[in-house]
Design a protein. Structure first.
Length: 175
């Protein structure tokens, strides 16, 4: 038999109160173990005076920090020439700085992981461009016109079942 509101409460209040207390305790325990950090405004310098930018390309993610300096550019604590062997990748990384004439104006520190060298170079380029935009909104038009703020969404197409690859089929035999 179902009770209506006029007949009394549908659920025993003592059971509800006990459940609420246990949920409150469990949420407090979760919160106290790991304090939540407020999201930081990436357009404002952090404690070290760095402006941040994040870039992604294929399977690579680059976290870029820039600050006014003498033009130092380190990728995973290595110089660009040591990290990227191909000239094409090195040129892609410094392209946003050259386009905005800021090559010697900023110290750039990049942490990049995942993917291959081409993806890492593309992710770093996007991260540097976003950091420059966060530093000075006046550079937005130059960076956008150069295509440096556009995320390249192309990813590797997945392999399909019953095929040798994403598009490649197994060799076909009529007989």
């Amino acid at each position: 038999m179902v009770k209506t509101e006029e007949e009394g409460p549908l659920v025993d209040p003592s059971v509800v109160a006990a459940g609420a207390k246990s949920k409150a305790k469990s949420s407090k325990a979760k919160g106290s173990a790991k304090a939540r950090k407020e999201p930081r405004d990436r357009k404002q310098p952090d404690k070290g005076g760095y402006i941040w930018g994040t870039g992604r390309r294929k399977r690579s993610v680059a976290r870029v920090r820039i600050r006014p300096g003498k033009g130092k550019l380190l990728i995973n604590k290595k110089k660009v020439d040591a990290y990227f062997a191909r000239r094409q990748d090195r040129d892609a990384v410094i392209a946003p700085l050259k386009e905005t004439d800021k090559l010697k104006a900023f110290d750039v520190f990049v942490n990049v992981r995942g993917g291959g060298t081409s993806g890492q170079a593309g992710a770093t380029m996007l991260g540097i461009a976003r950091a420059l935009k966060n530093y000075d909104e006046g550079l937005l038009k130059v960076l956008r016109d150069g295509g440096y703020l556009t995320r390249d969404g192309r990813m590797v197409e997945r392999k399909k079942p019953g095929q040798r690859g994403a598009r490649r089929r197994f060799q076909f035999s009529k007989r």
